[in-house]
Design a protein around this ligand. Structure first.
Ligand code: NAD
Length: 471
């Protein structure tokens, strides 16, 4: 049993003023595996005050000093890979292969922030003026449960690279992973107050961050509904806001695609991270001329996908993170049936033989783009196949959504795929690959977000251009 009863403020682990004991679960067994004592408003104020006090000193550091601290953070986080791996499997339910990636990514992303910092120009000449990129102030970093350590490390390393200090509010459901990261960052001897971690509820700690005048910027990853609320709450003090929100991303299988290659990629895009991925390709657009062939290939490929316990090496899709999330996904599968979508494979209930654990049958419907299962983010392994009759219709369907985070185009001719990709309204479009490029910007069009993370674009989001003209 894990008892996490400390938060991190001003360079030290301290007992929170908040007293709520929040249970942590193993999603594979449904058992309580620990409790995290949550921070409250008082703790949030302390954390913001510490970050504010540390800001002038940290903002005055030069590149070399920041890189030295970030390099220590990288080493300390990398050294926790195995502990983090175990926590990700147990507390989040990621299958082993995914958990390995998730345990390595937090250190990788710090290294990427170092690289972005090394290449970043903080001053630039604009005519007769010097433009100085100046750290915006204290950043409030609010993160979700579907990649806890990765989001904390990415946002914090980028904020620090830019010269900002931070008050971090991770998800209350990821207490064990957060504790491991907090210990690593403490070991890295980051100057006191530069980062503060206050695990607490969104409507308690999050609300303090949303409204506090000393928070200059918020970087938030989570649901679109909370993202909109953060923009509204921050308007009073005109906070800078970066939002990474939800999606309903399309995967276009073109009529010249080799289905033996395209279908496994389309399913990997749809089911990644147990289906709990903002970038998941949850709408698979298939050519009507090859619909039967596509459906058969999808049915056969899904039959090979194992949804089950994370420790089982056969598992591709682990359990949903919580009972609430499991119920939400189940209700969407029922909704698909009720609104007349045709069930190609999967359905309600647990996968065969399982009596416990928040596992879901990998489910694929055939439907149309107006159905709620094709319009609303489900955040589970539930996909909709939608037929189209021309490339133009495929592009129109891909763009007929309030989201615009990611898209995948799969076809026999990469140049044709790229030409179609250019017409899709999304922050990232992948052609015949699911690769990630950490130097490129990441973020969404439309209601998938605001602003960008990663690379120089991620750094710019924590900086204000200051124009200096000397007569
Ligand atoms: P969520 O929005 O409920 O919670 C995200 C974080 O916000 C949590 O830390 C939560 O405690 C906090 N929060 C909740 N209410 C708040 C409030 N009023 N003020 C401030 N903070 C508040 O989302 P979730 O259920 O934790 O995560 C799933 C969602 O996140 C999905 O919609 C998914 O698409 C999205 N997501 C997006 C990305 C991306 O990069 N675009 C990545 C992962 C997840």
């Amino acid at each position: 049993m894990h008892y996490i009863d400390q938060i991190y403020i001003n360079g030290a682990f301290v007992t929170p003023h908040g007293e709520e004991q929040y249970p942590l679960y193993n999603p594979a067994t449904e058992e309580v595996i620990g409790y995290v004592r949550l921070a409250d408003e008082h703790d949030a104020l302390q954390a913001i005050a510490a970050a504010k006090a540390a800001f002038p000193g940290w903002a005055a550091t030069d590149k070399a000093q920041r890189i030295a601290v970030l390099a220590r953070m990288h080493a300390a986080v990398a050294a926790r890979e195995e502990t983090l791996f175990d926590a990700i499997v147990t507390e989040y339910g990621a299958p082993r292969s995914r958990a390995r990636w998730m345990a390595q990514y937090p250190a990788d992303v710090i290294r990427q922030a170092i690289s972005a910092l090394e290449n970043f120009a903080f001053t630039e000449q604009a005519g007769s003026a010097e433009v100085i990129m100046t750290p915006v102030g204290v950043a409030g970093l609010i993160t979700p449960w579907n990649s806890d350590a990765g989001f904390i490390c990415n946002k914090l390393a980028t904020a620090m690279a830019a010269g900002c200090t931070a008050a971090i509010k991770p998800s209350e459901m990821s207490g064990i992973q957060t504790q491991i990261i907090s210990e690593a960052l403490h070991e890295a001897q980051v100057p006191a107050g530069v980062f503060n971690i206050i695990t607490g509820r969104g409507d308690v700690v999050g609300e303090v961050i949303n409204r506090h005048p000393d928070i200059a910027k918020i970087s938030f990853t989570g649901s679109t509904a909370v993202g909109k609320h953060i923009v509204a709450s921050g308007a009073q003090s005109l906070k800078r806001v970066t939002l990474e929100l939800g999606g309903k991303s399309p995967t276009l299988i073109l009529d010249d695609a080799d289905l033996g290659q395209a279908v496994p990629l389309a399913l990997a895009a749809g089911f990644m991270n147990n289906g709990q991925a903002c970038v998941a390709g949850t709408r698979i657009l298939v050519p009507a001329s090859r619909q039967d062939e596509c459906e058969q290939a999808i049915r056969q490929a899904v039959a090979q996908i194992h949804s089950g316990y994370p420790e089982d090496p056969r598992t591709d899709i682990g359990p949903m993170v919580s009972h609430k999330q499991w119920q939400r996904v189940q209700s969407y599968i029922q909704l698909g049936i009720d609104e007349g979508a045709r069930l190609l494979t999967g359905g309600t209930g647990r996968p065969g033989g399982m009596t416990r654990g928040w596992c879901v049958k990998p489910t694929v419907f055939v439907g149309d783009n107006q159905m709620r299962i094709a319009r609303e983010e489900i955040f589970g392994p539930v996909l909709v196949v939608i037929p189209y009759h021309s490339d133009a219709e495929a592009i129109a369907l891909a763009n007929d959504t309030c989201y615009g985070l990611s898209a995948v185009v799969l076809g026999g001719d990469a140049a044709r795929g790229a030409a179609i990709a250019r017409q899709i309204d999304a922050g990232r479009v992948l052609v015949n690959t699911l690769a990630h490029e950490p130097q490129a910007p990441f973020g969404g069009f439309k209601q998938s977000g605001q602003g960008r993370e990663m690379g120089k674009w991620g750094m710019q989001a924590y900086l204000e251009p200051k124009t200096l003209l000397v007569g």
